[in-house]
Design a protein around this ligand. Structure first.
Ligand code: HEM
Length: 131
């Protein structure tokens, strides 16, 4: 815990990401924007054409809340289970991340905060690629 004013400048990277993002309302806004990005993107939409987007919306919101250390429980399937059979390439993944960044931009999430969430998401990358 920072005890001096000199160290208070680093509090923004050790505070609660969920709160910094703006809680559940902001996460849901990002998820709505992301689904809109997917709907208008041929490459990524191809993966989702048979998906239940209402379920995706709920589970992704929970997952992001957990990744941001929010007060949520993830009730979906494991990342390996869900993405197996899709053969997601690194290019597909990176393109999906670009759409997610657009979704965060449209929700007015500052870039330093975006990077913190992206960093958490990147940790699960291996569970999704080439499966
Ligand atoms: C860090 C990045 C990602 C995260 C955190 C993530 C997370 C999730 C979550 C939470 C679900 C819902 C699980 C459930 O229904 O139980 C899901 C489903 C899905 N994801 Fe991802 N995902 C990521 C990347 C990707 C990428 C890059 C693609 C494809 C390009 C993709 C394609 C899908 C599809 C198609 C579904 C729906 C599966 C179905 O219809 O059952 N995901 N993802």
């Amino acid at each position: 815990t920072p005890t001096t004013s000199a160290s208070s400048s680093v509090v923004s990277s050790s505070d609660n990401l969920y709160q910094t993002l703006g809680g559940k309302a902001k996460i849901d806004e990002i998820v709505d924007n992301f689904i809109n990005e997917i709907a208008f993107d041929q490459e990524t939409y191809a993966f989702f054409k048979d998906s239940n987007m209402q379920r995706f919306k709920e589970k992704l919101s929970e997952q992001l809340c957990v990744m941001a250390q929010g007060p949520c429980t993830y009730t979906g399937d494991s990342m390996e289970q869900v993405h197996t059979g899709m053969n997601i390439t690194e290019a597909n993944f990176n393109h999906g991340v670009d759409l997610f960044i657009n979704a965060m931009d449209k929700a007015d999430i500052p870039h330093n905060v975006q990077n913190r969430l992206l960093n958490e998401m990147a940790k699960t990358r291996k569970q999704m690629l080439y499966r």
